[in-house]
Ligand binder design. Structure first.
Ligand code: ADP
Length: 389
């Protein structure tokens, strides 16, 4: 796996159970996956020689992020390496303009968009949209980096001018009036088998996914089925091998628009580790190893995933002690920590709470968020104090 982040770390966990060894190309020996895999190659994903070293003798090469240059991947394939997803598919998760053009050609719904080559062009597009527009870098964005939400024509002009002055390729699109964000997570194996998990709602803060509700509450069955079908169709048409996350907007009118594609395990699928029969990490491995895919059914009526994001000030209480207290209070919280140093806003881990029979979404949500906030802040959101009870 190229990249030593938390996705590789959790894929390694799944690989153990399948009797596989995940070799990881990590930048640093302290990366989340480098801490746990015995088979680490240190190097940069932009260095072709490092990619050759990690691919040497591997059954298949896959990714924990989409930042490997496409030309390097093409060269690996030309040299006989099995790359999954293949570069022709992966480019749709790397290049937002290529993705939007291809999806338009396939008749999949995307926000109105245009490539931007001048600040005036961006301003004209935003004016047509009534001012509400979004400027995005075409490559390299993640967790909201490289995304500028604009309310006015002037903001769009300024944001575009800033990027263009640095020669950063950008696009502009309509700012969507949305009810919420959804994610349709599917997998496709090398053989072509497809599988879809229940469609989930994702909650973003400052461009970062902080919470996932599985399945998306009160999503009409027809909309959920259409989103799953869309995910499976895109996986097939684009030739994806592995997990595909289709990030969606549910508009205020109940329409579905595609925002982004990710071809790897995704934050919106972390709930599957505890809430589904087959986790996205196991499924990704099954897909790239061309095994039959696993059952994607949910284990409960509701599962909530809450990300543990670093507090503005790391608490004085050590993490070990926080985990101890959490388990004393919420014994069914499933904790997944990434082995990262604490920094404000950094994704340090996540907590899954699988709803008990009859438990409603709001209650499960409250428990999951209480757990994750405790882990990052050493504060109980409900003000509970063990010494006064
Ligand atoms: P990244 O590549 O960083 O994940 P995204 O394209 O997913 O960037 O955008 C990050 C967030 O910005 C989205 O989750 C959404 O909340 C908001 N956003 C992105 N595009 C639009 C849009 N066209 N309209 C409204 N909000 C948007």
């Amino acid at each position: 796996m190229i990249g030593g982040g938390q996705l590789a770390r959790m894929t390694h966990q799944a690989a153990i159970a399948l009797g596989q060894t995940l070799r990881v190309l990590a930048v640093d020996a302290t990366d989340p996956a480098a801490q746990v895999s015995p088979d680490i190659v240190l190097g940069a994903h932009t260095d072709y020689d490092a990619l050759v070293r990690v691919a040497d003798g591997a059954t298949v090469v896959t990714f924990d992020h989409e930042h490997v240059p496409t030309e390097h991947l093409r060269r690996l394939v030309a040299n006989g390496v099995d790359v999954a997803p293949p570069p022709e598919a992966l480019v749709h998760a790397q290049d937002k303009l290529v993705m939007r053009r291809r999806l338009t050609a396939l008749g999949a719904p995307v926000p109105r968009f245009a490539a931007v080559d001048s600040a005036e062009g961006a301003a004209a597009f935003a004016a047509q949209a009534g001012g509400g527009a979004v400027i995005k870098t075409i490559r390299g964005g993640y967790d909201g980096r490289g995304v500028v939400l604009c309310d006015t024509v002037e903001q769009a002009r300024e944001a575009a001018a800033g990027y263009l002055a640095e020669s950063v390729p950008i696009l502009i699109e309509d700012r969507v009036a949305m009810r919420r964000e959804l994610s349709a997570l599917v997998a496709r194996s090398a053989f072509g088998q497809g599988a879809a998990w229940p469609v989930v709602q994702t909650v973003q803060r400052d461009g970062i996914c902080v919470e996932t509700l599985a399945p998306a509450p009160e999503l009409p069955a027809a909309t959920a089925a259409a989103a799953q079908q869309l995910g499976l169709r895109l996986a097939e048409e684009l030739g994806v091998v592995g997990v595909l996350a289709v990030e969606l907007f549910e508009t205020v009118d109940g329409e579905i628009l595609v925002n982004e594609l990710a071809m790897r395990p995704h934050n919106s699928g972390h709930w599957t580790m505890d809430g589904a029969v087959t986790s996205q990490f196991e499924q990704h491995l099954r897909a790239v190893l061309d095994y039959p895919l696993g059952d994607t059914a949910a284990r409960s009526e509701v599962t909530v995933m809450s990300n543990v994001l670093g507090a503005p000030q790391p608490p004085a209480m050590c993490l070990d002690e926080r985990v101890h207290h959490l388990f004393a209070r919420i014994p069914d919280a499933k904790v997944h920590m990434y082995g990262k140093g604490e920094r404000a806003g950094r994704k340090l881990g996540h907590v899954n709470v699988v709803g008990r029979p009859g438990e409603d979404v709001a209650t499960v949500r409250e428990r999951a968020n209480r757990a994750s906030h405790w882990l990052s802040h050493a504060e109980w959101t409900d003000g509970w104090d063990p010494h006064s009870s």
